[in-house]
Design a protein around this ligand. Structure first.
Ligand code: SF4
Length: 385
C-alpha cells in the first residue's frame, strides 16, 4: 500500500473484521490495551470497536503525554512564568490543560504571564536568541517521540552559549509505564484490570525500536504488537494479538514495519543519551510514583536545567474532585464512568487533562460523538457534580 486512503479501505476493514470474528475464541475474552492515545482516537474516529466481536475489548492506556503530567508540574511551569518572569514556551496541547485552582497556562497568559505556544524546540531557541535580556524556558513534555528535539535544543544552546535558555524537563518513558501497570495491584492482586496483550505505540517505537518491549513481554507473559495509527493498522494488530493469545505465545511483533525497526533510530537515541539520564522516580497522573520512568538533564548540561536555575516550589496538588482521569489513565475506568463526562466537563470546559488533550480518552469519546448521550444531564449527575 502506498497512500493513506488504502489504510482506511472499507473492504479491507471488513475482511479483517471477518478474520477477527473467525479467529476470536467465543469461549474467552480478549482485553487489548492500546497504550497510545493516538490509537484510542483511531479506534473511535473510525469505529474500530464496532467492528470487533463482543469478546474483543480495547482498554485505553496512559499513552497521552499531556494527560499523564500531574497538576503540580503544570503549576510549577506557571510559577516559572509568573514568579520568575520567564518567557515560557510549550506545545499547544499543554495550554488548556487544567492546573491547580481551575487555572491553566492559557488563563495565566490571559492574566499577563508571558507564555508562548511553539511548534518545535527550534521556535523556543529562536525566541531566546531574539530576547537576550529575558530568560526563556522550554516546558518539555512527552514520551520518547518528543525527547530527541529537546536534547538537540540543549546541545545547540550549549554550542551557541545561549545563556538565557533552559529546559523544564518532563519527558517520560513508555516501557517503564507499561511495566508499572502490569505490576499494579489492580492487575496482579485485585483482578480489577485485565490486560491480555498490548498494542505498542507507533511514534515512540520509531525512536526506541521494538526491542525494549521484549523484556516485559517475556517477564509478564503478555504479547505486544507495535501498531500504526490507521484503522487497518489497529485491526491487523488486534488480529495478530488474538493469534498470539490463541497460540499461547507472548512475543513482540511489529505490524508497523513500514516505520519501526528492531533497533529504532540510533542517532536520536545517542543524542538523548548524551544529554539526558534516568530519574530515580517520577510522579505520573494516575500511576503515582513510577521508578525510572522519566528523564532529567545530565550534569554536563546542568546549566540548561530550569529546575536548577530557578527555585521551584514542589507541589503535589491532587486532581479535580470527581474527575476520573487517574483511573482512566490506568485503564481501570472508561470516560463514560465519570459522572462529569459531557455535563460539567466538555472540550469547551475541560475539568481534566483527558478531555482537553488531542490524545485523551475523554476527548476521543466526546469528539466522535459515540457517547454524547452519556453526558446528558440528569438530576443525579447534577447532584454529583
Ligand atoms: S470527563 Fe472530564 S472530569 Fe471526567 S474523567 Fe474525563 S476529563 Fe476528568
Amino acid at each position: 500500500m502506498k497512500y493513506v486512503d488504502e489504510f482506511r479501505s472499507r473492504d479491507l476493514a471488513q475482511g479483517l473484521a471477518r478474520a477477527i470474528r473467525a479467529e476470536a475464541d467465543p469461549a474467552r475474552s480478549y482485553n487489548l490495551m492500546e497504550f497510545c492515545g493516538g490509537h484510542t482516537h483511531a479506534i473511535f474516529r473510525y469505529g474500530v470497536q464496532d467492528l470487533m466481536p463482543d469478546n474483543v475489548h480495547f482498554v485505553h492506556g496512559p499513552g497521552c503525554p499531556v494527560c499523564v503530567l500531574p497538576i503540580g508540574r503544570i503549576d510549577n511551569a506557571m510559577e516559572l512564568a509568573e514568579r520568575h518572569g520567564v518567557i515560557l514556551c510549550t506545545y499547544g496541547d499543554m495550554m488548556r490543560v487544567p492546573a491547580g485552582r481551575r487555572r491553566s497556562l492559557l488563563k495565566a497568559k490571559a492574566e499577563g504571564a508571558d507564555i508562548r505556544m511553539v511548534f518545535s524546540t527550534q521556535d523556543a531557541l529562536a525566541i531566546a536568541r531574539k530576547n537576550p535580556e529575558r530568560q526563556v524556558v522550554f516546558f518539555a513534555i512527552g514520551f520518547e517521540t518528543t525527547t530527541p528535539p529537546t536534547a538537540l535544543a540543549i546541545v545547540q544552546a550549549a554550542a551557541e552559549g545561549l545563556e538565557n535558555f533552559s529546559v523544564f524537563c518532563n519527558h517520560v518513558l513508555t516501557p517503564a509505564a507499561i511495566q508499572h501497570i502490569l505490576e499494579s495491584p489492580e492487575v496482579r492482586e485485585m483482578g480489577t484490570l485485565s490486560i491480555d496483550g498490548f498494542l505498542g505505540p507507533s511514534h515512540v517505537s520509531s525512536v526506541i525500536g521494538s526491542r525494549p518491549y521484549e523484556f516485559f513481554a517475556e517477564e509478564f507473559q503478555r504479547p505486544v504488537v507495535i501498531a500504526g495509527f490507521e484503522p487497518l493498522d489497529v485491526m491487523q494488530a488486534a488480529l495478530m494479538l488474538i493469534r498470539q493469545l490463541n497460540e499461547g505465545r507472548h512475543e513482540v511483533e511489529n505490524q508497523y514495519r513500514r516505520v519501526v525497526t528492531p533497533e529504532g533510530n540510533l542517532k536520536a537515541q545517542a543524542l538523548v543519551a548524551e544529554v539526558l539520564e534516568l530519574r530515580r522516580s517520577f510522579q505520573w497522573r494516575g500511576l503515582g510514583q513510577v521508578p525510572y520512568s522519566a528523564l532529567k538533564i545530565k550534569k554536563p548540561y546542568a546549566a540548561f536545567d530550569a529546575e536548577l536555575r530557578f527555585e521551584i516550589t514542589p507541589s503535589d496538588r491532587g486532581d479535580v474532585k470527581g474527575c476520573q482521569c487517574p483511573a482512566i489513565l490506568r485503564g481501570v475506568k472508561k470516560p463514560t464512568d465519570c459522572k462529569l463526562f459531557g455535563t460539567i466537563c466538555t472540550p469547551e470546559n475541560p475539568l481534566g487533562s483527558c478531555m482537553v488533550s488531542s490524545e485523551g480518552s475523554c476527548a476521543a469519546y466526546w469528539t466522535y460523538g459515540r457517547f454524547r448521550h452519556a453526558g446528558e444531564s440528569t438530576p443525579e449527575r447534577e447532584a454529583a457534580a
